[in-house]
Design a protein. Structure first.
Length: 118
């Protein structure tokens, strides 16, 4: 049974930083592309960042230069370091996983709330 468990969310002032973590279990972690998505109130879920099993990264334009995704395959964990946070970054952040052969992310965590105050 695959489980993705996010942690590290919270309340931070604009300009501050947070680091999210997502611990994965029940899968061969290095085989999976890992990603972060977010969903703000009354908005659709959107892609934030992704990292392949080999460490290749991809970012949404809105977070480039501010957020950094990384992974530790020995710990089955993916991270999202968020710097220079803005109020518009406020959302529930979700961790997701898929294999390289799949086009859709089929495993999701329960989400962690990030709130950025102005």
């Amino acid at each position: 049974q695959v489980q993705l468990v996010e942690s590290g969310g919270g309340l931070v002032q604009a300009g501050g930083s947070l680091r999210l973590s997502c611990a994965a279990s029940g899968l061969t972690f290095s085989w999976y592309r890992m990603a972060w998505f977010r969903q703000a109130p009354e908005k659709e879920r959107e892609f934030v960042a992704a990292v392949s099993g080999r460490g290749t990264t991809d970012y949404a334009d809105s977070v480039k230069g501010r957020f950094t995704i990384s992974r530790d395959n020995a710990k089955n964990t993916v991270y999202l370091r968020m710097n220079s946070l803005k109020p518009e970054d406020t959302a529930v952040y979700y961790c997701a996983a898929r294999t390289a052969a799949m086009t859709m992310y089929n495993y999701w965590g329960q989400g962690t709330q990030v709130t950025v105050s102005s």
